[in-house]
Ligand binder design. Structure first.
Ligand code: ADP
Length: 442
């Protein structure tokens, strides 16, 4: 019989072939494998400690571990316990948020696009996936949470100078509408609004949370800035409808979040289509194709399209999110799928796997793309310009001037870069992935 030390090495070797596809590393070097026991009798037991309880890959990991280890001839059984460890915060957060792992902001540029509906149902879906989840309504002028969630006892309690969040359907929630029902925010001036929001957010005793979802007020104003600086947000999701304006909205949103170094991880196109309940025909009242275009242009890793669903507004008005009211329905399934994508990308952002490359213009070499892992690509300015996908270039495929050069390069969110040109064209926007494909290893 080989020694327990040899066996341990064999086990780790076998597990090293299992990669976390989001983080791009194997589960052993990521430190997920803990408490390995049973090396003597062949009844292997160990813990797989993931970074989030909502990990959509957990069962996949379990299956892969079992399959790999059963191949070892001395192994008689395999039991994998899956747990999760709330990640340490990158930068400490204010008081009440100290034990919050990941903060997701849900924003939109306009009102009425379904942002709150998405925020509430997404929070519910994250909870159903096994996380501890909070939801903060950051809209003072039109708080929607009190309509969308009706706690049995809506009175906010104070303990040791902190506000206790209300618990509805297992979600911990806070809204100005609960804290000051009937309060008239119209008398508040800008700085006061920011202060009240800040207090509500940071003096609520959220406790240990895997995810806190912030339902931001529409727009790109000062309120967002204050809130985001204090909260140290992990990532943002933009909700939009497929009208003409949506691209402008998304660009504005990405720019605003960019200033605060918050990556916009994706876009939800809400009310994108409508299926007639009588004849089953699908209509696109606001046109189609906008989301695909946005995702291509900005390289956004998360995107979802939600149709007009009568259930969403019906349950919203009755104060029960549809993810709880109809847990096995198609609407809940769509939100669970969205939650899985959000969880995966937020893990990547948090663990630094989604760190954007640096893009520079070096006149003697070309446009240099240096990835976080040190790999470098070089692109000739002409080739880059020819790949510009703006509407003008798409229509009129005239060759660019021979000596054209980049005149300004700026990140455009976490997944794309914006390039201005010496002849005044642009800015052109390129997803980092596309840049790598255009370049040559340098
Ligand atoms: P916002 O937060 O952007 O102002 P809300 O989430 O309050 O928007 O949504 C506005 C209205 O639209 C609500 O009555 C909501 O129930 C309804 N709604 C949102 N999304 C959908 C959808 N996909 N299908 C049907 N109704 C929707």
């Amino acid at each position: 019989m080989n020694s327990p030390v040899d066996r341990e090495r064999e086990v780790l070797e076998a597990l090293r072939s299992i990669e976390d596809p989001d983080l791009g590393r194997d589960i052993v070097s990521l430190g997920f494998v803990r408490d390995l026991r049973g090396l003597e009798d062949g009844h292997l037991r160990f813990t797989l400690r993931l970074t989030t309880p909502a990990c959509p890959l957990r069962e996949d990991f379990r299956r892969q571990c079992e399959a790999r280890l059963r191949r070892l001839e001395w192994v008689r059984s395999v039991a994998v316990e899956i747990t999760s460890e709330r990640p340490a915060q990158v930068a400490p957060r204010a008081d009440g948020l100290a034990q919050v792992g990941t903060i997701l902001a849900v924003g939109s540029c306009k009102g009425g696009v379904g942002k709150s509906t998405v925020a509430v149902n997404l929070a519910g879906a994250l909870l159903r996936r096994g996380g501890q989840v909070g939801l903060f309504d950051a809209d003072i002028f039109g708080p929607s949470l009190p309509t969308m969630l009706r706690p049995e006892d809506p009175a906010i309690r104070v303990a040791d100078g902190a506000l206790l969040p209300l618990v509805v359907e297992g979600l911990r929630v806070m809204s100005f509408g609960f804290a000051a029902p009937g309060g008239d925010p119209a008398i508040m001036r800008g700085p006061m609004v920011s202060q009240v929001l800040d207090q509500l957010l940071t003096q609520t005793r959220w406790g240990e949370l895997d995810y806190l979802v912030l339902d931001l007020p529409p727009g790109t104003g000062d309120i967002h800035l204050t809130l985001m600086q204090r909260a140290n947000i992990t990532g943002a999701l933009i909700v939009t409808t497929p009208q003409e304006l949506s691209r402008v909205d998304v660009v504005k949103g990405i720019r605003m979040f960019q200033r605060l170094k918050v990556p916009v991880i994706g876009v939800v196109e809400n009310m994108s289509r409508y299926r007639c309940p009588d004849c089953g025909a699908v209509h696109h009242p606001f046109g189609s194709g906008a989301r695909e275009q946005l995702v291509r242009e900005f390289g956004l890793p998360v995107s979802a399209e939600l149709p007009i669903w009568a259930e969403l507004s019906r349950w919203g008005d009755r104060g029960r999110p549809v993810v709880f009211a109809e847990p096995a329905g198609e609407v809940a399934a769509a939100f669970l799928e969205l939650a899985d994508r959000v969880v995966r990308e937020l893990s990547r952002v948090r663990l630094g796997a989604a760190r954007p490359p640096v893009v520079m213009w070096e006149p003697s070499r070309g446009v240099i793309v240096r990835r976080a892992d040190g790999r470098t690509f070089v692109i000739s300015p002409r080739r880059l310009r020819e790949a510009c996908g703006c509407a003008e270039c798409a229509q009129r495929r005239a060759p660019p001037p021979a000596a054209v050069e980049p005149a300004g390069i700026e990140p455009m969110g976490n997944y794309a870069v914006s390039v201005g040109w010496s002849d005044g064209h642009g800015p052109s926007i390129y997803p980092y992935e596309a840049l790598e494909a255009l370049g040559e290893a340098g």
